[in-house]
Design a protein around this ligand. Structure first.
Ligand SMILES: CC(C)(COP(=O)(O)OP(=O)(O)OC[C@H]1O[C@@H](n2cnc3c(N)ncnc32)[C@H](O)[C@@H]1OP(=O)(O)O)[C@@H](O)C(=O)NCCC(=O)NCCS
Length: 334
């Protein structure tokens, strides 16, 4: 094996990096597609205040055999580095992955980060090669997540009406449901940011050493700019408490304008003072209606939840999501 590693420094490098994604994502994650090239290019070009992304490609002669990515959070989690590496399917089990992992961990260590964090997928009922590989590097398991899928072609307004009538009923009546696309209304952005901060503390993190994230309106707006530059639409829904006129529940779905056939459930959170009113389900139903209206090209929606997150999973089960894959969050001290 004579593999060399190059940092991605130009568009040609992003093309090679992205080629690995196109070849590997459908192979490793049945039902998923790689994000479009434009997203990879935008990640490479972004100059964000919230995270810094560095990409590498691995070569054997003229052939690209793998890729790597590191994201360094910049506003919080300053000890953590988020890492990901892939070897193209035809070149696996020849030591390339171990070589890339050594490089990636050295890079994160040289940056002064203390901990590498990553996610590895497995079939729903077995331990996948990524997990075996990662455990061989000495990682610890920090959390178990499950990816679920909802077939949007089999979902109609009648199903949503039934879920709303039978499971939400009048329990959310005192709240006003709102929806928006891409840009949160100015009067809601402050509380949208607060809800996003809650995602980093209230979603079950298992043993993960992820610190609470510091969110303000400016950070929320930056997320909107980043989504737009990655050509993703954000479809959001929330519940407003008439007493405070801010958001007390929030959910959003991301859809690539270039590859809209798969939609991604992003975040869902309900303020602790307002739990028990079925607001998680009510806002999700509202947002699925919005998705069906605004993105008829979307054929299915994907969501990831901690396996222990029984409330959110009950909501997703009620909507018809079915489990398809496990994802283990892993960590390694550097
Ligand atoms: C995980 C991945 C990077 C491994 O790449 P690779 O080049 O095949 O890895 P290596 O050849 O260096 O394997 C190193 C060790 O991992 C383990 N391993 C890797 N693939 C395995 C498999 N299919 N079954 C069992 N063990 C496996 C073995 O212990 C192996 O050592 P050995 O061959 O001496 O027994 C590759 O399968 C991949 O790209 N998967 C999709 C993305 C991913 O899961 N990345 C995980 C890190 S974030």
């Amino acid at each position: 094996m004579s593999v060399s590693i190059s940092r991605v420094v130009d568009v040609a490098g992003v093309e090679l990096w992205h080629d690995v994604e196109e070849r590997s994502v459908p192979f490793d994650h049945p039902g998923l597609l790689a994000d479009p090239f434009e997203e990879s290019l935008s990640m490479f070009r972004e100059d964000q205040r919230t995270e810094r992304i560095v990409m590498f490609t691995a070569h054997d002669g003229d052939e690209v055999v793998g890729n790597e990515m590191i994201s360094y959070p910049l506003l919080d989690n300053l000890d953590n580095a988020l890492v990901h590496l892939t070897v193209v399917p035809e070149r696996r089990r020849r030591g390339v992955g171990r070589f890339l992992a050594g490089h990636l961990l050295d890079v994160a260590r040289a940056e002064g980060r203390k901990r590498a964090m990553g996610w590895v997928a497995s079939p729903f009922d077995a331990e996948g090669p990524g997990l075996t590989f990662a455990l061989g590097l000495g990682v610890t398991r920090a959390n178990e997540n499950v990816r679920r899928e909802l077939d949007l072609e089999g979902l109609d307004d009648g199903t949503l009406d039934t879920v709303q009538r039978d499971l939400v009923g009048n329990r959310a009546d005192r709240y006003q449901l709102v929806t928006w696309i891409d840009r949160a209304p100015d009067e809601l952005v402050e509380t949208a940011a607060r809800m996003m901060g809650r995602m980093s503390t209230d979603a079950p993190l298992g043993d993960s050493a992820w610190e609470p994230e510091a969110w303000d309106a400016a950070r929320y707006r930056e997320g909107e700019v980043a989504a737009a530059s990655r050509r993703r639409r954000r479809l959001a829904a929330g519940a407003v408490d008439p007493n405070s006129s801010g958001l007390v529940a929030y959910t959003d779905i991301g859809v690539s304008t270039i590859r809209p056939e798969i939609a991604y459930q992003w975040d869902t959170v309900v303020d602790p003072d307002h739990r028990g009113h079925r607001l998680g389900l009510a806002t999700k139903v509202e947002n699925l209606r919005q998705l069906r209206r605004e993105s008829p090209e979307s054929k299915r929606i994907e969501t990831w939840n901690a396996a222990s997150n029984s409330f959110m999973i009950a909501v997703n089960d009620a909507l018809g999501f079915r489990p398809v894959e496990r994802t283990t969050a892993v960590e390694l001290a550097l």
